[in-house]
Design a protein around this ligand. Structure first.
Ligand code: ZN
Length: 279
């Protein structure tokens, strides 16, 4: 495994981690001051800054863009909503290309309004990705399916295991890969084998880290700092690297009662320290 002690360039800041404290401009500046090598913006912050302006700032700062969050949300109850989702994904692909993102993260979406048919939702996801895939390929933006923990199957992502994501990638072909987020996948008994499978296909596009707190007090906004929870992060990183992944660890922490309440520079310093010791 790679040695991260003393290294900050292989750490990337997902802007969600300081989403309540900093704008994208401040995140870029913070990464530079702390020596963090990568950034992964969310689209609300990117829109507030302007994609072209952000692209220039990120380039001047010498940061890599480990991903743009997010596209996806494909399942829809009406033809209008379906078309709006495809249009939004094409716009996200364009923005990802503008800022030189290594991938567009897909939070694929859950059940459409009024539906109980999760198999149909999953098919809509696959069809939706297929519909925008030519545009992604032409734009040079790989699409990263991010399986989310099953507690989000209804409202955020009906792709919940890496096996499902790998199967979808097999069906879709070139230009689609996966993002491995320890928060969503740590519990899966098939994780090691599916990481190896993804690596063999050359499709691991991102590695996201945070931690699973016990107890978790909010399904969405109570993620832990690496080392504060129960995930064996080094073990999973070892599997990912053994599968050929050589990119950054992207820290993505939604934490309304803890890390979002702290000074953002303290948050970044803690991310660096934990990345060097427990990731
Ligand atoms: Zn993630």
């Amino acid at each position: 495994m790679r040695d991260f002690s003393g290294d900050t360039r292989l750490l990337a800041l997902n802007t969600a981690t300081v989403s309540k404290q900093w704008s994208l401009e401040q995140c870029i500046d913070g990464c530079v001051r702390h020596g963090i090598g990568g950034i992964a913006p969310w689209r609300d912050k990117l829109d507030a800054c302007g994609a072209a302006r952000a692209a220039g700032m990120i380039r001047d700062a010498g940061l890599r863009v480990t991903g743009l969050c997010r596209g996806g949300m494909f399942p829809a109850a009406t033809a209008e909503a379906h078309q709006a989702a495809l249009d939004d994904n094409r716009k996200a692909i364009d923005d990802a290309a503008t800022i030189g993102a290594e991938c567009l993260i897909l939070v694929v979406g859950g059940l459409p309004e009024g539906s109980r048919d999760i198999a149909d939702a999953r098919q809509q996801v696959q069809d939706g990705i297929a519909a925008v895939l030519d545009h992604a390929r032409a734009s040079g933006v790989p699409l990263a399916i991010e399986p989310l923990h099953p507690m989000y199957a209804a409202d955020r992502a009906c792709v919940n295991t890496l096996k499902q994501a790998n199967d979808m990638c097999d069906a879709l072909g070139e230009g689609v890969g996966v993002a491995v987020d320890v928060y969503h996948l740590w519990w899966d008994p098939e994780l090691e084998a599916e990481i190896a499978r993804a690596g063999a296909a050359g499709r691991i596009l991102g590695f996201h880290v945070c931690d699973w707190l016990v107890p978790t007090t909010d399904l969405l906004l109570d993620r832990g700092m690496m080392g504060d929870g129960v995930i064996d992060i080094p073990k999973i990183r070892g599997w990912v690297e053994a599968a050929g992944y050589g990119g950054c660890s992207e820290v993505e922490i939604f934490s309304q009662n803890n890390w979002w309440q702290r000074d953002a520079d303290e948050v970044l310093a803690t991310c660096i320290e934990r990345h060097q010791t427990v990731v």
